[in-house]
Design a protein around this ligand. Structure first.
Ligand code: HEM
Length: 462
């Protein structure tokens, strides 16, 4: 027993010494680095991060300035939080910074970075992005599926009208369900029987996506200490792969049904990608892995982002009834009723957009919900990555590839909810506008509100 205890302690000590040596070696960088907090040996600043990374990074920016470094284990992170530095990163040195630090979870869900979001910058990424932005996200292609979006949003409005008037509604859930249906329709059409018989694919997909977003946003020890990655201590890799295998079944089922179709006149994204798979020209042909990874990008990139924005906007509008009324009034009128360092640091650079968007030196009363600030100065409302004070979709080579779809789905859901119903909080309920950290910064509590019809003609709800 004693011998076993001594042996275990010895092995443990040797492991710690070896790990410390590895970390020390990897931190030997002959480059001028910006200032930053010291942290502890081995783990660096990791124990002090807390759960709200975006807030911690902003606090550190106030102490160390708009560019600082910190060590997370043996990973060097450089955080920048001023528009001019964002411009240096994403515009002036865009090629140097055009790679993302791909986490283990991101690798697992994207077939080892075979998608657009995590694919290393180079010919394959260029090809995928060209297909996606140039073809799938073209105005013509997005316009062509307008009826699908319209039908799904109509379904949501009808469901609220029929079943939820005067009752509580979880706004995040409502918009997620709507956007998942819209995306599914665009991907493979509504006519497909996917998933197990008797199960609601939308509900399952929503559950899987919610889990995936948590996994993608959770700091993973395996990423910070790659030598320990084989242990998968938090089980993040295992759980992500489980979600991927569920998703695989759905995609295979969709591809199978599509291949068996006599009439392949379908003009949805799946058919478009299947055609590219068969394409003889290498310049525009894609592999089955890339096809699946692209579908994953659309599902992951295209749902939680837009619906989180719907939920936050609705929460602010409920808090500021006068602005809610202005929006609804407008709807009534129009509708009718983001120093040189070494190259290997660079892709770790983090743009603290959260801090920039809240910097009082850049924005008047930044925390005040004042949407009209964007009306006075159209330059301020440029969200296409040209104004480095305001980069909600990022900027430069790797900026969001789905803006055209995001613009439409987000606006369509929000405007339909606001135009069709009056919204109020349940009696005695207090609005909680606090956030929780993740790959997308969501509300810490779901937004629950009660609708009452607003339109005079009940037929408009059907
Ligand atoms: C309100 C909605 C959305 C927001 C706020 C948003 C935001 C972002 C941001 C901040 C990035 C990283 C940009 C950078 O690193 O500079 C990004 C990348 C990306 N987004 Fe979005 N996004 C939204 C909707 C969508 C939609 C609807 C899709 C797809 C249908 C999509 C697909 C992508 C893809 C594929 C990338 C990776 C681009 C690349 O690495 O080349 N996003 N998005």
């Amino acid at each position: 027993m004693d011998f076993m205890a001594i042996l275990t302690s010895l092995v443990g000590m040797l492991a710690v010494i070896w790990l410390s040596w590895k970390v020390k070696k990897s931190r030997n960088i002959n480059a001028t680095l910006p200032p930053g907090p010291c942290g502890l040996p081995l783990v660096g600043y990791l124990p002090f991060l807390g759960t709200h990374l975006h807030r911690k990074f902003t606090e550190l920016g106030e102490v160390y300035g708009p560019i600082y470094k910190l060590w997370l284990g043996n990973k060097l992170c450089v955080v920048v939080s001023s528009p001019s530095l964002v411009k240096e990163v994403v515009r002036d040195n865009d090629i140097v910074f055009a790679n993302r630090d791909t986490s283990i979870a991101a690798r697992a869900i994207t077939y080892d970075a075979n998608d657009i979001g995590w694919c290393p910058y180079g010919a394959e990424w260029r090809k995928l992005r060209k297909i996606f932005v140039g073809k799938m996200m073209s105005n013509a292609s997005i316009d062509a599926c307008y009826t699908l979006r319209k039908r799904e949003i109509k379904n949501t409005i009808r469901d609220v009208y029929r079943n939820r008037i005067g009752k509580t509604v979880d706004i995040g859930e409502l918009s997620t369900a709507t956007s998942i249906n819209v995306v599914q329709n665009m991907l493979w059409g509504a006519s497909f029987e996917l998933g197990q018989k008797g199960t609601n694919l939308g509900v399952e997909l929503r559950k899987m996506l919610a889990e995936l977003m948590v996994l993608l946003g959770t700091p993973n020890l395996s990423d910070i200490f790659p030598v320990l990655s084989w242990l998968d201590i938090q089980g993040i890799e295992r759980k992500t792969k489980h979600i991927l295998s569920w998703f695989e079944k759905i995609v295979y089922s969709a591809i199978e049904q599509r291949t068996n179709m006599v009439n392949d006149e379908q003009k949805d994204f799946l058919q478009f990608l299947l055609d590219l798979k068969e394409h003889e020209d290498r310049e525009s042909s894609i592999t089955i892995i890339q096809l699946k990874a692209l579908l994953m990008d659309i599902i992951v990139g295209g749902t939680d982002t837009s619906t989180t924005m719907v939920e936050w906007t609705m929460a602010e509008l409920l808090q500021h009834q006068e602005i809610m009324r202005k929006v609804q009034q407008e709807l009534a009128e129009v509708v009718g009723m983001f120093s040189s360092v070494e190259e290997f640091h660079l892709r770790r650079v983090m743009l603290n957009v959260w801090a920039i968007h809240r910097d009082p030196a850049l924005w008047e009363n930044p925390l005040e919900f004042k949407p009209e600030r964007f009306l006075d100065d159209p330059e301020k409302f440029d969200y296409l990555g040209n104004n480095f004070k305001y980069v909600p979709f990022g900027s430069g080579r790797r900026m969001c590839a789905g803006i055209p779809l995001a613009e439409r789905v987000l606006m369509f859901i929000l405007a339909s909810l606001l135009h069709s119903f009056e919204w109020k909080l349940p009696d005695g309920a207090e609005l909680n506008l606090t956030e929780k950290f993740g790959i997308v910064i969501k509300k810490s509590e779901p937004l629950i509100a009660i609708p009452t019809p607003r339109l005079s003609n009940s037929e408009l709800y059907y």
